[in-house]
Write a protein that binds this ligand. Sequence first.
Ligand SMILES: Nc1ncnc2c1ncn2[C@@H]1O[C@H](COP(=O)(O)OP(=O)(O)O)[C@@H](O)[C@H]1O
Ligand SMILES: [Mg+2]
Length: 323
Amino acid sequence: MTAVLFTCAGQRVDIVDAFRRAGATTIAVDVNPLAPALYHADRYALVPRVDDESYVAALRDVVTEHGVALVIPLTDLDQAKLARSRDDLGTLLLLPDADVVERLADKYLAHELFEERNVPSPPTWLPSHVPDDLPFPVLVKARVGFGSRDIYRAENREQLAFFLGYTPVESMVQVQLQGEEFSIDVFCDLEGRCLNAIPRTMIESKGGESIKGMTIRDDALIELARETSEKLRLVGPANIQCFREPDRSHYVTDINPRFGGGFPLPLAAGGRYPELALALARGERPEPRVGDFREGIVMTRFFSDLSLTRNGDGTLKPLVRAE
Ligand SMILES: Nc1ncnc2c1ncn2[C@@H]1O[C@H](COP(=O)(O)OP(=O)(O)O)[C@@H](O)[C@H]1O
Ligand SMILES: [Mg+2]
């Protein structure tokens, strides 16, 4: 069986379970012993914080101990660090080049990357370079943001000046798009070939995470995502967010090079992304199946829970509930 290590496993029980069902031996790590995904994995380990200098060495120990063939980071937190030190992990890391990972993490650098590689990106400026004829409304948007935090809408110059002074984080100014927002879950091989691209609608989001959505067969979105992922040479899973404007032009606004919060949808739609990841770990070269998925699958997410009890040594284990 192929052993897969999930870092910053947190609450991503859906992903760990899906890999287990796909035939992986799952190993989850987190700094927090109360991270639920730890207890859904075949094995787990507690590791130092991502910013601790021994973080990568601790992961390497887990890799060696369990014969890990593939490392999959589940959050943004350790992506840059792992991409920079991939040679120290001693196994395959499912992330694009460090340069791309770092630029995607900063929305202004990402905008520059998109322009460089001909990926459509909304007009965006640094606060010091805003032009005189700025087309309002615009957004004052955190450069390193997540979960829709620190985004403010400005309708005119006064509001723009206010929000640039008000925001607590380094920001950029971006044209506010007017159309519908979509999200496309792609999976790419180690050479940056797109193996599949599954668009979904954003029926409802909470705290920046999609909680309700539906897969759609939309050829323009599929092609946009395939081209974008190949121009950026993405590797493994990524979530590409874009807008379709009233004139049917598209703009990419955010890319996370990891499984998105909406992971259950491409899974339920038959994307088989865990199987593709395992094939890459075995050194295979699966053929692209772009467009091969079921449309009209609806996802509605909910909270779940896990009860734990202490082992004799103070570690925790799932409580087996009497039915
Ligand atoms: N240029 C834009 N025009 C309109 N809405 C935007 C724009 N950029 C972001 N948004 C809205 O803000 C949300 C969060 O922005 P995003 O760039 O995805 O950052 P993050 O998800 O990292 O917080 C988006 O899902 C979208 O609804
Ligand atoms: Mg986003």
